[in-house]
Each structure stands twice: as C-alpha cells, then as structure tokens.
Design a protein around this ligand. Structure first.
Ligand SMILES: NC(=O)c1ccc[n+]([C@@H]2O[C@H](COP(=O)([O-])OP(=O)(O)OC[C@H]3O[C@@H](n4cnc5c(N)ncnc54)[C@H](OP(=O)(O)O)[C@@H]3O)[C@@H](O)[C@H]2O)c1
Length: 271
C-alpha cells in the first residue's frame, strides 16, 4: 500500500479561498492528516477540515510550510506581517499567478525554500495539474512536495520559470477555458431543442469521455478526431468551421492571459 504523505507541522494556508480550499479538499480526500494545519483568512469563515483563524497572530507556532493562497494584488499587504513568522526552516509554496521567485524572495528574505506552484481547481477532486518551480529548494524539500502534490494529480517540476508559466497558462486557467467550451456545446444543444439538463450532461460526458479515451489509449487528438469524422461526413463539415479559427482563438486567449501575467509580475517586481 502507498504511504500517505505527511504535511510539515504546522502548515499554514495564508489565504484559503477557492484554490486553498480545493487543495485542502484534495488532501482530505487523499487521507492526509490536516490536524496541525491552520487556515488564515480575514473573514474567519470556516474551512472544512482545518482550524481557521482570522489573524496570523492567532495561528499558533511558526509554520514549517506556508501555502500562500492570497490574490497577487494582496502580496504587499500580507508579506511584511507574514515575514515576521518565518524562519530558515519554513518552506513557502506560493500559488500566486505572476509573482516570480525573485520577487517572492525579496519579500521573504529569511524563509527557507521558496517554491512556486501553479495548480488548477481540479486538485479538489485529485485530478489536478500542479506545475512546481523553485530556485533554492533542496532534494528533500522537492521530494516532500512532490509526494504531497502528486496526491492531488500530475505534479511536474519545471526546469525554468518560463516553462512553469507556460504550464500555468494552460493548466491553471485551463478549467475555465474548458468550462466555456462545455457551456458553448450546451447552448448549442439547447438551441436545437434539448433541455439544459440533457444538453449539459451530454456536453460534460462528451468532454470527459474524449479525455479518457485519449488518456487511456495514448491516441493523438488527430487520431481521435479522425475516428469520429468520416470523409465528407457531418463531423468533417463541422470541423471545417471549427478548424478555421480555433487554433488562433486559443493562441490569442493564452496570449491575453500571459500579457496579464507579465503585468502582475512587473507590478510585483516594482513594489
Ligand atoms: N482559482 C484558481 O483556479 C487558481 C489557479 C491557479 C492559481 N491561483 C492563485 O491562487 C491564489 C488564490 O486564488 P483564489 O482563486 O483562491 O482567490 P480567492 O478565492 O479570492 O481567495 C483569496 C484568499 O485570500 C484571503 N485574504 C485576503 N486578504 C488577506 C490577508 N490580508 N491575509 C490573509 N488572507 C487574505 C481571502 O480571505 P477570505 O476568504 O477571508 O476573503 C481568501 O481566503 C491567487 O494568487 C491565484 O493567482 C488560483
């Protein structure tokens, strides 16, 4: 039996909104012990499975691991207070889109390792993708984090920060893009007289089934499409329209997200 990974004691979630709670949920589902984990969020609203407090001062013993789950725009508000709780034994895992390792190190000079993680919300059901990157984590820390994040899905370490951002652009934002595609399929079904319930179930099951088919068989997406689209048939007629614009649309979508990431990184560098 695979051993359940252990969280460093104590672990703090500094900011525990959508993404923090998805990670907590995934770790709970994996059977990871969260009894020494604290969520710090100004609202003090409870987070299922972990002790929740509104202020850092109420969190207790200084953290061995910090999962930084605030919005990037809050970094300069939170960093000075958080920095006073850190020691060389604290690993910081930042979920912040755009905040580069060097910018984080500037704000947390006394911390041990600084690691960037770019997860997506599907970590909550342990089917996530989590890109990892660090300039200073040692092998022990990397192994420990690999085990913890592998409990939530596919968790590759990236060799450089540019590739880390590339994975983040696809995986971190990806569920939102796929959700839009499912919604568009659903609307198309409704426009053809299906109820919303039937149309959305069909759209979701079709996306799930296609993903599983490709993952299970190792087929390329071209092969999958070829299996569906017979020459001069109905699907091929549909693909002719989709193919005329989809690659450009997806590239423009990722470019827009990357531009915004660059703006956030620049703001974090300057402040
Ligand atoms: N959502 C995603 O799919 C996704 C994907 C990849 C990366 N990320 C990254 O994850 C981070 C969090 O995103 P999110 O979607 O989870 O945002 P969110 O739902 O708005 O959560 C932000 C959290 O920060 C807390 N917070 C605000 N001010 C604080 C302060 N001064 N001290 C401590 N905590 C404070 C909020 O507290 P309250 O709960 O009390 O309001 C909330 O728990 C972002 O940096 C984002 O770039 C998100």
């Amino acid at each position: 039996m695979t051993e359940v990974p252990r969280l460093p004691v104590p672990t703090w979630f500094v900011g525990c909104g959508n993404m923090g709670q998805a990670i907590v949920g995934g770790w709970r589902a994996a059977g990871i012990d969260l009894s020494s984990t604290v969520a710090i969020r100004p609202s003090g609203l409870p987070v299922t499975g972990v002790r929740t407090v509104a202020k850092l001062a109420d969190a207790g013993a200084p953290p061995r691991l910090v999962i930084l789950g605030i919005k990037p725009q809050k970094l300069d508000e939170v960093a000075p207070q958080l920095a006073t709780w850190l020691t060389g034994r604290t690993t910081i895992v930042s979920l912040l889109a755009g905040a580069e390792a060097a910018s984080l190190r500037k704000r947390f000079p006394t911390a041990g390792a600084i690691v960037r993680a770019m997860p997506n919300v599907t970590v909550g059901i342990r089917r996530g993708v989590i890109a990892l990157y660090s300039e200073d984590a040692d092998d022990k820390t990397r192994l420990e984090l690999s085990q913890l994040f592998a409990a939530l899905g596919f968790a590759p370490w990236m060799a450089d920060e540019a590739k880390f951002s590339a994975v983040g652009g696809i995986a971190g934002s990806g569920p939102a893009y796929v959700a839009r595609f499912i919604a568009a399929l659903t609307r198309a079904g409704e426009q053809r007289g299906l109820s919303n319930e039937i149309a959305s179930t069909i759209a979701i099951e079709t996306v799930l089934g296609t993903g599983w088919l490709a993952a299970a068989g190792g087929e390329s997406m071209n092969d999958v499409a070829r299996r569906v689209a017979s020459p001069n048939g109905t699907t091929e007629a549909g693909l002719a329209v989709l193919d005329a614009g989809l690659d450009r649309l997806v590239a423009d979508t990722l470019d827009a997200a990357a531009d915004r990431g660059a703006q956030l990184a620049e703001a974090a560098r300057l402040s």
